[in-house]
Write a protein that binds this ligand. Structure first.
Ligand code: CLF
Ligand code: SF4
Length: 503
C-alpha cells in the first residue's frame, strides 16, 4: 500500500467526534482554506461532511517496511495496504465516476497503494490524467514513502495533485535501519543505515520541493514503541520547519497473522495512552491530525466507513468510460448544500461556544464571589498590648482585620472609632442609640472578639448576624482561632445544627 497509509490498523478509532484536531480550519490563509475545506483528511471539520475514495492502482513498492506485508488481505479489515481488487487506470476512473454519481459528497480521490504510487508512476499518473479529463472538479491526492518524490514533482504539478502525504518515520537513519531492511533505488538494493540515509535524504528533498511548489503536504508517522516513540517529536519539528501542513501519528498495527516482520517478531503496537502522549509531545510544534481512520488502499466513503463492496469491478465492468454519466452540476449542487450545512453548523457551534463561555464566566464570578465571602472581617476590642482584652461596652474603638477561612493571612485593615456603649454601672445597658450606631458601624464584620459582652449588645449583634467570641488572647492568634471556630460553627449552622457561638 502506499507507504503512507501503510500497514497500520484501525486501532479502535472508528468514529471521531472530537473537534480538537489540529487541522481545524480556523485562521487559515484563504488559499490554503480553499485547498482543505472539502478534504476530509486535511480538515477535521470536512471529514464530517465529505468523503474520499482510494483507487488501488499501485501494487509495487520500492522499499520494504518491517510493518508491511501486502500479500495479506482481508476484505473485512480496515488497514492501510489492504485491497480486495487491483485496478487498471481505466478501471479506476470508471469506479470513480460511479462513486461520484452515488456519493456526491465524495470530493477527493487518493492513490494510496497497495504499494507506493511513485513506484508505479505510469499507472499513477495515467489515472490522474484520466481523472483530470473526466472528473476535473475532484481533488487529487497521493500518499508515498517519498523515495521517488523528487523525481515526480513536475508530474504532480501537471495534474494538479495538490495534496501529498509522505510517510516519515524517522529523521535519524540509525533508527530507520530498525524500520526499513532495504530500499531499491537507481536499480540497486541498499540495506541497513545506508538505505535509511538515502530514504531520509529523498524524503526531505521531496518535502522541500512540494512546499516550494505550493503543494500541501501532510506527514504520516507510524508510532512504533521502543523504536521511534521518543524520536517522533524530532521528526515533527523537522517537518514543521520545512512547512509540512499537518502531522498524523498513526499507531503501528502489528499482529502475527499479518505476516509482517514486526508482527512475527512480537513487536507490539502502541497503547492508546502512548499514542495520546506522543501526539501531545508533537502537538506543540505541529498541527496534528487526530481523525485518521487508517484506510484501506481501496477505501470508499466517509472516513471510518467503507462502501467498497458496492463498487466492485463487476459493477462497472460492462460499462465504458463514456457511458458513465458524470454530472458536475449535480455534484456542485450537493456540495453547495453541504457548505450551507457546514455554515449553519458553524453558526450553531459559535452560539454554543459563546453560551458556554458565558456560563464559564458566570461560574468564575460566582467562585470568586464565594472565595471573597470566605475572607472574614473581624472586629477586635483592645486596650492595647496586642491583646484582645477589652469589654465590648467599654471599647472606644474597634480594630478591623481580615483573615481567611483557614485562620491564615491575618491583615489589619483599619481602626473604627465608636461611642462607648457602657460608661459605667450607672449608664450601662440603657443607651440604645449608641448601641445601634455601633452595630451599624460593624455591620460588615462577621465576627467580634472582645473580653466580655453584656446580654443586650450580644442580642443586638446576633440580630445583625454578627457572631461574638469572648476571649483573652493575643490579637493575631485570637483572630486565627476565632476565624476557624467561626467557619466550623457556620458549617454546623448550615447543617441545621446549633451554633457554638453566642455564648
Ligand atoms: Fe487518502 Fe490519504 Fe489522501 Fe486522505 S486517506 S491518500 S490523505 S485521501 Fe486520510 Fe485515510 Fe488517514 Fe490517509 S484518513 S489513512 S490520512
Ligand atoms: Fe508502503 Fe511499501 Fe512500506 Fe509497504 S513496504 S508500507 S507499500 S512503503
Amino acid at each position: 500500500m502506499a507507504t503512507t497509509e501503510l500497514s497500520v490498523i484501525n486501532h479502535k478509532s472508528k468514529g471521531c467526534a472530537t473537534s480538537s484536531c489540529g487541522s481545524s480550519q480556523n485562521q487559515l490563509p484563504e488559499e490554503i482554506l480553499s485547498k482543505v475545506h472539502n478534504h476530509p483528511c486535511y480538515s477535521e471539520e470536512a471529514h464530517h461532511h465529505y468523503a474520499r475514495m482510494h483507487v488501488a492502482v499501485a501494487p509495487a513498492c520500492n522499499i520494504q517496511c518491517n510493518y508491511c506485508n501486502r500479500k495479506y488481505d482481508c476484505a473485512n479489515e480496515s488497514r492501510p495496504g489492504v485491497t480486495s481488487e487491483k485496478l487498471s487506470p481505466e478501471e479506476a476512473v470508471k469506479k470513480v465516476l460511479l462513486v461520484a454519481q452515488t456519493i456526491p459528497q465524495m470530493s477527493v480521490v487518493g492513490i494510496a497503494g497497495p504499494g507506493d504510487p511513485l513506484a508505479n508512476p505510469d499507472k499513477t499518473f495515467r489515472t490522474f490524467e484520466l481523472l483530470a479529463k473526466y472528473a476535473p472538479d475532484i481533488k487529487l491526492c497521493l500518499s508515498t514513502n517519498g523515495l521517488r518524490l523528487p523525481d515526480y514533482i513536475d508530474e504532480i504539478k501537471k495534474y494538479n495533485v495538490d495534496h501529498v502525504t509522505i510517510t516519515i518515520n524517522m529523521v535519524d537513519p540509525e533508527i530507520g535501519a530498525r524500520i526499513y531492511p532495504w530500499i531499491y533505488y537507481n536499480k540497486k538494493r541498499y540495506r541497513g543505515v545506508e538505505a535509511s540515509q538515502i530514504l531520509h535524504e529523498r524524503q526531505m528533498e521531496g518535502l522541500r520541493l512540494l512546499t516550494e511548489n505550493g503543494i500541501l503536504c501532510k506527514v504520516n508517522s507510524i508510532l512504533i514503541p521502543g523504536i521511534n516513540e521518543a524520536h517522533l517529536s524530532e521528526v515533527s519539528q523537522r517537518v514543521k520547519s520545512m512547512r509540512a501542513f499537518l502531522h498524523n501519528i498513526m499507531p503501528l498495527i502489528s499482529a502475527p497473522e499479518h505476516g509482517t516482520y514486526f508482527g512475527l517478531n512480537g513487536q507490539r503496537g502502541p497503547t492508546d495512552e502512548e499514542i495520546i502522549s506522543v501526539q501531545g509531545q508533537c502537538s506543540g510544534d505541529m498541527k496534528m491530525m487526530r481523525h485518521c481512520r487508517q484506510c484501506r488502499a481501496d477505501a470508499v466513503g466517509m472516513l471510518g466507513e467503507d462502501r467498497g463492496d458496492e463498487f466492485t469491478k463487476a459493477a462497472f465492468a460492462s460499462v465504458s468510460l463514456e457511458e458513465l454519466a458524470y454530472d458536475p452540476e449535480k455534484r456542485q449542487e450537493a456540495h453547495r448544500e453541504i457548505e450551507v450545512r457546514i455554515k449553519e453548523a458553524n453558526v450553531q457551534a459559535e452560539e454554543k461556544r459563546k453560551k458556554s463561555e458565558e456560563i464559564k464566566l458566570r461560574q468564575q464570578l460566582r467562585k470568586e464571589a464565594s472565595q471573597a465571602s470566605r475572607t472574614l472581617r473581624v472586629a477586635v476590642a483592645t486596650k492595647g498590648g496586642g491583646l484582645i482584652n477589652q469589654h465590648f461596652g467599654h471599647a472606644g474603638e474597634f480594630l478591623i482585620y481580615s483573615v481567611d477561612e483557614k485562620g491564615e493571612n491575618v491583615a489589619f485593615l483599619q481602626a473604627r472609632n465608636v461611642a462607648r456603649y457602657c460608661g459605667g454601672p450607672e449608664t450601662c445597658n440603657d443607651d440604645c442609640e449608641v448601641l445601634e450606631k455601633t452595630v451599624k458601624m460593624l455591620s460588615d464584620c462577621q465576627l467580634i472578639l472582645c473580653s466580655r459582652i453584656g446580654p443586650e449588645p450580644l442580642r443586638a449583634l446576633e440580630k445583625a448576624s454578627i457572631q461574638v467570641m469572648q476571649m483573652y488572647d493575643l490579637i493575631e492568634s485570637g483572630i486565627s482561632a476565632g476565624a476557624r471556630a467561626y467557619v466550623e460553627a457556620h458549617l454546623y449552622v448550615a447543617a441545621d445544627k446549633p451554633g457554638v457561638f453566642a455564648s
